[in-house]
Design a protein around this ligand. Structure first.
Ligand SMILES: Cc1cc2nc3c(=O)[nH]c(=O)nc-3n(C[C@H](O)[C@H](O)[C@H](O)COP(=O)(O)OP(=O)(O)OC[C@H]3O[C@@H](n4cnc5c(N)ncnc54)[C@H](O)[C@@H]3O)c2cc1C
Length: 388
């Protein structure tokens, strides 16, 4: 107990030995294996399967899955470190790993019975990508106004409807799908189902052509009388809203991690470039105006990182973290936008062209304020918590 107290009193950014080793391994991987592909992945709007396989080999696709199911049996904080380090190089790869861990695996671990865990966690730990399908055309911020319907039919539910904006839609083989069994019951009708790619009546539709995180696939899902066995209901019928809310509360910390990674990556590029680029006979990093801008960006990244790590550590400690998660998501996404924007400015004309890495990060940053609850919705959560 005494030891635990000391551990919790550590500075937030001091990593345990296993965390530091893990972070360094992911950083090394991101630099060596992801960085050379970033531009091509953005151009072709695709993450190659070979890279996804490498992510499985690295052990970042099943971070919290217990070893008994083939996972790493590590903590949520480890997932945050992985998402941060990958996003430092490519936020598209960061979000692929984020959705797998903080949403899909997280929900299955928390709400899955033994049968679901045995059938799906083992696959998610070995080679199968997951996706999390809540949003629809008419149901974004109003997340439980779902039109996708699941009707009971003997030992099955029959799902009909369309999901929009689903990350990992192209890569995934396992989809966590939220549908209502009774629209009149409002949120109390929402039920979560595990649906496999290839099942009759389920197709992955068009992929969105996006401003940023272009390599991350964002797809429509179409369900036409798709029969899903009752054994694939995740948690209780009518309690899907609870699993959705709880996983998204945690998922938000993952988006915070993606955004601090992005901001740190943009800052790295900026430091390197401003030391090299000469104007008026000296490196532009020697001008005090530039130094102050870089110092401010470093300050922003540090502050945002502290909120992300704090929320993640609170979650792992089993303490309330709702407000902290919302704060970390807003702050990190705003910081990512600011720092990436500064990077473009300080790269000058080179900041505006694809040959240099920062215009992509500037485009990528925007999504942090939109998905997994827009900034307005996060502010609403914070206000509700503090105003009562
Ligand atoms: C690239 C990408 C990937 C995504 N991945 C996934 C995924 O994997 N799974 C998934 O289920 N969804 C996913 N989404 C969907 C995403 O979560 C939604 O787009 C987001 O929640 C916003 O919903 P919306 O687009 O319908 O916007 P809207 O809800 O229509 O919001 C539009 C604007 O209105 C504001 N607004 C709405 N309601 C209020 C209110 N009550 N008070 C104040 N302001 C309000 C919002 O803040 C926003 O600025 C993804 C989206 C994108 C773009």
């Amino acid at each position: 107990m005494a030891e635990q107290t000391i551990e919790h009193a550590q500075p937030l950014t001091v990593l345990a030995e296993d965390e530091a080793i893990f972070r360094d391994a992911v950083r090394e991987f991101a630099d060596a294996q992801v960085r050379p592909l970033v531009r091509e992945m953005d151009e072709h709007a695709k993450i190659p399967r070979s890279l996804v396989d490498q992510l499985f080999d690295l052990g970042v696709m099943a971070i919290e899955i217990p070893e008994a199911y083939g996972g790493a049996g590590a903590s949520f904080f480890h997932a945050v470190l992985a998402v941060e380090e990958l996003s430092r190089v490519d936020p598209s790869v960061g979000v692929l790993v984020d959705v797998q861990n903080t949403l899909v695996v997280n929900a299955l671990m928390r709400w899955g019975n033994d049968d679901i865990k045995r059938r799906y966690l083992t696959r998610l730990a070995s080679n199968t990508v997951g996706a999390y399908a809540l949003s629809e055309a008419g149901s974004g911020s109003d997340a439980f106004a779902l039109a996708t319907r699941a009707k009971e039919d003997g030992e099955h539910y029959v799902i009909t409807g369309r999901k929009l904006w689903i990350t990992n839609g192209n890569e995934a083989d396992i989809f966590l799908v939220f549908a209502t069994i009774n629209p009149e019951a409002g949120y109390r009708g929402i039920t979560a189902f595990v649906v496999e790619r290839g099942v009759a009546g389920f197709t992955v539709g068009k992929k969105e052509d996006k401003l940023g995180i272009r390599a991350s696939s964002t797809c429509e899902l179409i369900f036409e009388d798709c029969r899903v066995p009752k054994s694939n209901v995740l948690g209780e019928v009518g309690k899907g809203y609870k699993s959705a809310i709880e996983t998204l509360n945690e998922g938000r910390i993952g988006i915070g991690a993606q955004m601090i990674g992005l901001a740190a990556g943009a800052l790295d590029h900026t430091i390197r470039y401003t030391k090299e680029r000469k104007q008026f006979g000296k490196a532009i990093a020697e001008f005090q105006a530039v130094q102050h801008q870089i110092a401010r960006a470093a300050m922003d990244v540090e502050a945002a990182r502290l909120t992300v790590y704090n929320a993640a550590r609170l979650r792992d400690a089993g303490k309330p973290f709702l407000t902290e998660a919302a704060i970390c998501k807003i702050l990190s996404s705003e910081v990512a936008e600011r720092v990436a924007s500064l990077a473009v400015n300080l790269f000058g004309g080179n900041g505006f062209v694809k040959e240099y890495p920062v215009e992509k990060l500037f485009r990528d940053a925007k999504i942090g304020q939109i998905y997994e609850g827009t900034s307005n919705l996060q502010l609403q959560t914070i206000a509700k918590q503090i105003l009562g």
